[in-house]
Design a protein around this ligand. Structure first.
Ligand SMILES: Cc1cc2nc3c(=O)[nH]c(=O)nc-3n(C[C@H](O)[C@H](O)[C@H](O)COP(=O)(O)O)c2cc1C
Length: 207
């Protein structure tokens, strides 16, 4: 009886060990593939944010990690610097709109060095389907209403949704979501008026 229990115990341990080994081996072999896929997705999205002829550097490698209230919360966010012939031509800014209806909305904003928005992408949101989710590119082209728009000055009252006297449409019965994005994009545009904050920030990783 005791011998049989010992035998089964040993078999079970061997099986557990083999499974663990298999998991570790699988994780090891897929890690590089996952990293390569993430890098390729990052490059794809960064490549859409500014006109292709406006920069000649590798955006993903020219990245600063900024911690500033301009980016919506107290966490560090990457800001990518676009350069043409070593002259800064624009920025791609990751930030969050903290006051969406269902929490934070992660944004990516391409801005040229004159402070003109080139493209906005929503990276992540939890807004309500049919109400706040019109910010999603799969649901409409509302994000394009920011393209080529600039902030005239810090108190520019037109940088607001129409319901608040500004220029941007909101959605019927769902003003909270667009208001949150409009407000955060204003902060991004205010940030790029301080290029020294970006240049002085630490690199995202070893360049
Ligand atoms: C279940 C539920 C989900 C809602 N989801 C959203 C949303 O995702 N985004 C939003 O702006 N408003 C949402 N609203 C509406 C807001 O509570 C609020 O009434 C609205 O944003 C105000 O916009 P209005 O001034 O145009 O009416 C939701 C309301 C309910 C009851």
């Amino acid at each position: 009886m005791l011998k049989s229990m010992q035998k089964n115990g040993l078999r079970l341990s061997m099986f557990a060990l083999a499974c663990t080994g298999l998991i570790v081996a699988t994780d090891y072999s897929t890690h590089e593939v996952i990293v390569a896929q993430q890098q390729s997705m990052q490059q794809q999205i960064l490549g859409k944010m500014l006109p292709a002829d406006s920069y000649d550097n590798a955006l993903a490698n020219d990245c600063r990690l900024l911690t500033t209230p301009y980016l919506g919360n107290a966490k560090p966010h990457p800001v990518y610097i676009a350069r043409k012939g070593n002259t800064v031509s624009g920025y791609i800014v990751e930030s969050v709109a903290p006051d969406g209806y269902s929490g934070s909305i992660r944004l990516l904003t391409g801005v040229n060095v004159s402070g003109e928005v080139q493209r906005v992408e929503v990276l992540e949101h939890h807004e309500t389907p049919g109400l706040g989710d019109k910010i999603d590119r799969n649901k409409g082209n509302w994000l394009d209403s920011f393209t080529h728009k600039k902030l005239q000055n810090e108190t520019d009252s037109s940088w607001a949704v129409k319901k608040d006297g500004g220029q941007f449409d909101s959605f019927t019965g769902a003003t909270i979501t667009p208001r949150a994005i409009v407000k955060q994009l204003k902060n991004v545009l205010l940030l790029v008026q301080h290029p020294e904050l970006i240049e002085q920030a630490p690199a995202c990783k070893a360049e």
